[in-house]
Ligand binder design. Structure first.
Ligand SMILES: Cc1ncc(COP(=O)(O)O)c(C=O)c1O
Length: 424
């Protein structure tokens, strides 16, 4: 197989893997441009009187078979709109996963609720319902499962807990367009589903968000929270009926999103194909655990997360990632590095000035803990996580290249281990 590239051998591939930071790795083209031209020529860039924002909301609701969709300015805003519609009392608790973007957590804090983090399952990196249940108190208002990397959280036990304890479920589908759980689209199973349109997501307008629900009451409240509580926006009939933000998507964003929604099925199908193919090729290498997909499910690979048994392979995840990357594969290690509550914002519990708010609303003796060791399985997942970047625009040959990089490194494990030992 030749000498490993980390030891000066020839890399397996020179392929330039398209990424989400340029046109080569995105699906933005003439359809988006034509819509944008129409908006610019209309002179109406705001949603009031515009046609694209309402059309996007209808189209995305239809795409998921949902009754209501409210657009907003980011995935964070989409979650804030959902939390705002749920309307927790200050000091209420909302349970979410310990690997996510801070955009899942900020809306909880912004509504003066307390984020509580549960441990994850190793097989699918979704919420572990047993650990969630352990953290439910009489103050718990909602659960936010994050469908991480494009794989579905096991929703049945989460929904059973929600029913038993009378909780809302807000599915964070920022990374999970097209993801299926037992044949159903994620985002349609809980009370609310939220999606991000940020640059790196399956579909994008740079930044934007979408929140969906089938619940009539929540469906009324979503657009109000996204628009300063203002019904009949754009008419002379001014009123403010509830607290809310100005998270209005513009016609410029919506022009792009409208065209992107037409492409989402193709993007997610192609990513599922590519990710499944890589998984099938690498899953049997020693010490590699591919994500488990529930029967009737579909993983749409915002990225492919492989878990590495470092004892079996005999090198660290970081070293393995480096060896694969030197062969030319688009891989990285450890994703967010530490549980989300171990970042300073949460660890220091200083959200508003120098106050302890909202944490000082918790009953004495029940302070939420943002400390190492709180979610041990999550820590192990992050330590072992090797991410393979997946993109819909990879050619079949490019995918072959990734598989060949794994084949070379795993075909030369003794050499890999020796190089690792020499470096220690
Ligand atoms: C799981 C998850 N939740 C929330 C967000 C927040 O989305 P946005 O960056 O669009 O605000 C992201 C985006 O990075 C995400 O990946």
């Amino acid at each position: 197989m030749g000498i490993l590239a980390i030891n000066g051998g020839d890399p397996v591939t020179q392929t330039k893997y398209p990424g989400v930071g340029s046109a080569a790795g995105r699906t933005i083209g003439k359809e988006e441009l034509a819509n944008l031209q129409e908006v610019v020529e209309s002179g109406m860039l705001n949603r009031s009187g515009g046609k694209f924002v309402p059309a996007v909301e209808r189209k995305f609701a239809e795409h998921l078979g949902m009754k209501y969709c409210a657009s907003s300015t980011s995935g964070t805003a989409a979650i804030h709109v959902a939390v705002g519609a749920v309307n927790p009392d200050p000091g209420d608790e909302i349970i979410t996963g310990s690997i996510t973007d801070m955009g899942t957590v900020i809306p909880i804090l912004a509504q003066n609720a307390i984020p509580v983090f549960a441990d994850l399952r190793r097989d699918n990196m979704g919420l572990d319902a047993t650990d969630v249940e352990r953290r439910i108190t009489e103050r718990t208002k909602a659960i936010i499962p994050v469908h991480l990397a494009g794989n579905a959280t096991d929703m049945d036990p989460i929904m059973a807990l929600a029913e038993k304890h009378n909780l809302y479920v807000i599915e964070d589908c920022s990374q999970a367009y097209g993801t299926l759980y037992k044949g159903r689209h994620v985002g349609t199973i809980g009370h609310l589903g939220t999606f991000s349109l940020q640059q790196s997501k399956h579909i994008t307008c740079g930044d934007g968000g979408l929140t969906v629900t089938n619940d009539d009451d929540l469906g009324d409240r979503l657009p109000l929270f996204a628009n300063k509580g203002w019904p009949n926006y754009g008419s002379a009939d001014r009123d403010y009926v509830m607290f809310g933000m100005n998270y209005r998507m513009t016609e410029l964003q919506a022009a792009v999103v409208h065209a992107q929604i037409d492409k989402v099925d193709w993007v997610t199908t192609r990513r599922a194909e590519i990710g499944d193919r890589i998984c099938a090729a690498v899953a049997d290498y020693p010490g590699i655990q591919a994500p488990s997909i529930t029967e009737g499910g579909r993983h749409t690979y915002w990225f492919l997360g492989l878990l590495v048994d470092q004892d079996i392979i005999g090198v660290s995840t970081t070293f393995l990632a480096r060896a694969l990357a030197r062969e030319g594969a688009p891989v990285s290690a450890h994703y967010i590095g530490r549980p989300i509550f171990m970042y300073d914002l949460l660890k220091n519990k200083r959200i508003y000035g120098n106050s302890d708010f909202p944490f000082n609303l918790q009953p004495a003796g029940r302070e939420v803990r943002y400390e190492q060791g709180e979610t041990p399985r999550t820590e192990a997942i992050l330590d072992d996580l090797l991410s393979v970047a997946v993109n819909e625009n990879y050619t079949d040959e490019a995918v072959d290249g990734i598989i060949a990089c794994f084949a070379k490194v795993f075909g030369n494990l003794d050499e890999l281990r020796e190089s690792y030992a020499a470096e220690q």
